[in-house]
Design a protein around this ligand. Structure first.
Ligand code: NAD
Length: 439
């Protein structure tokens, strides 16, 4: 099939690349000219396992094209995906200006019958608004063009995005005529080959399914963080509790890790947006508000442990940070916990020596220049003469500690483990102090 994807960020690039891998001709459009030029020169602005190789391969096969020319992409395709960002407004609601801008541009440029697939995460009712924006623009041109619209949320996890797209738990198709649904079934059958994975429903329920899925996962995280905080007060160990609780088949182990709270480009903004949707509809979402409040409080847990150990004035201290991205296997630092913690440490006078395998460039872009942070090319350089090591992202290379190297470089044998990845007994046997969350 011939497909255009508007918005070539995480979701757009992964969607476009994976669909081209299945033999479709895909035109990825973005209004960021530099990004498109980079992609045409094999420079990919995000890190995602296997993505770079697949992009190159499909460009060489002439299945995948990157362009700023929306009209040409629409003229060349039968299905158009909208995958632009829906970031958070200051009041917590979703900023829909990018989505509406694209809708209006589609209406101005569409020249033939087409299926429009909304992939951006949007509040309930937005797909209907997109439809009327496109219709209004077509009407202004005094022409008649048939188009159908469906909402098809994306559930990929950054760090495993290609794999998640290629092996999804489910594909939700919201709305659309029978003909549209059949076309989407054909498109996705090349990926799943299993009809059970496709779930058809009305458009509003599909929009809500995306929000509800993220809200459920965020709730599990906040729930475990709350239990971890009670564990600390009572002497229980959250790692043991997780194993005990997760072994119940009805519950399972995923998303039950205590830590410094959820971050990233989706959970914080999607929970806030759902809260905002509820309030706009005169409903007070008690549970969702609490999920968010627990998460905000959780961001203070690690810094308070650092203050308790070193005092509130940190001007005499330097901390080594391992990990800047919001989770392993991605360079995404949007709403990453590292930003809050490093800001707090610097505001308290500390100096920072930071290392991340992939996210230093994106962190610098977000955090800006700061004389109190230096960045290092490997984890051992970052710990030299630091007063403690703070682990913030669970990259594989941090899992096994070299105690000789740590003792040689660190001024004190102290580790703050914001991800609970280390074994206390083992760490303490090697004469290190260990601070974790809820254990
Ligand atoms: N990142 C994730 O893990 C993830 C997972 C599932 C769903 N989502 C949802 O998918 C959507 C996209 O997220 P993302 O992380 O890919 O965003 P992103 O910020 O990485 O990418 C958005 C892209 O859209 C481009 N863009 C903006 N306005 C445009 C316009 N008018 N025309 C053409 N291009 C335009 C931007 O330049 C950017 O490259 C969001 O709604 C998000 O909530 C994201």
């Amino acid at each position: 099939m011939k497909i255009s994807i508007i918005g070539t960020g995480y979701v757009g690039l992964v969607t476009g690349t994976c669909l081209s891998e299945m033999g479709n001709k895909v035109y990825c459009v973005d209004n960021d000219i530099e990004k498109i030029n980079d992609l045409n020169n094999n420079i990919i602005s995000i890190y995602e396992p296997n993505l770079k190789e697949m992009v190159e391969d499909n460009q060489n096969k002439e299945n995948l094209f990157f362009t700023n020319d929306l009209k040409n992409a629409l003229d060349s395709s039968d299905i158009c995906f909208i995958a632009v960002g829906t970031p958070m407004n200051d009041d917590g609601s979703a900023n829909l200006s990018y989505v509406y801008d694209v809708a209006s541009n589609i209406g101005k440029n569409i020249s033939k019958e087409m299926i429009i697939v909304v992939k951006s995460t949007v509040p309930i009712g937005t797909s209907d608004k997109i439809k009327s924006i496109i219709s209004n623009e077509i009407n202004k041109r005094n022409i008649e063009i048939n188009f159908d619209i469906i909402f098809n949320p994306e559930f990929l996890k950054e760090g495993n995005a290609v794999n998640d797209f290629m092996r999804p738990d489910r594909i939700i198709i919201g709305g659309g005529s029978n003909k549209t649904q059949e076309t989407l079934r054909e498109l996705y059958n090349t990926i799943v080959m299993n009809h059970d994975r496709l779930i058809f429903m009305d458009v509003k329920s599909a929009e809500m399914t995306k929000y509800a899925s993220n809200a459920m996962l965020a709730t599990r995280i906040s729930f475990m963080n709350e239990i971890a905080n009670i564990c600390e007060k009572t002497g229980a160990n959250i790692k043991n509790v997780r194993i005990g609780v997760g072994s119940d088949k009805r519950i399972g182990y995923d998303y039950l890790y205590a830590g410094c709270g959820y971050g990233g480009s989706c959970f914080p903004k999607d929970i806030r947006s759902l809260i905002s949707v509820a309030k706009e509809n005169d409903y007070s979402p008690i549970l969702l508000n609490s999920v968010e409040e627990v998460n905000e409080n959780q961001k203070n847990i690690l810094i308070n442990k650092i203050f308790n150990r070193f005092g509130k004035d940190l001007s005499k201290y330097t901390f080594a940070i391992w990990g800047l991205s919001f989770k392993a296997e991605t360079d995404d630092v949007r709403d990453a916990f590292s930003i809050d913690l490093i800001k707090n440490l610097i505001d308290s006078g500390a100096k920072i020596k930071a290392y991340d395998p992939k996210a230093i460039r994106s962190f610098k872009n977000v955090f800006g220049e700061n004389n109190n942070i230096s960045y290092f090319k490997n984890k051992n350089e970052a710990i030299k003469d630091a007063d403690a090591l703070i682990l913030l992202t669970e990259w594989k290379e941090f899992r096994l500690l070299d105690f000789e190297e740590l003792s040689k470089n660190l001024s004190n044998n102290i580790i703050f483990d914001g991800r609970n990845i280390y074994n206390r007994k083992f760490i303490e046997e090697n004469n290190f102090e260990l601070y974790q969350i809820g254990c």
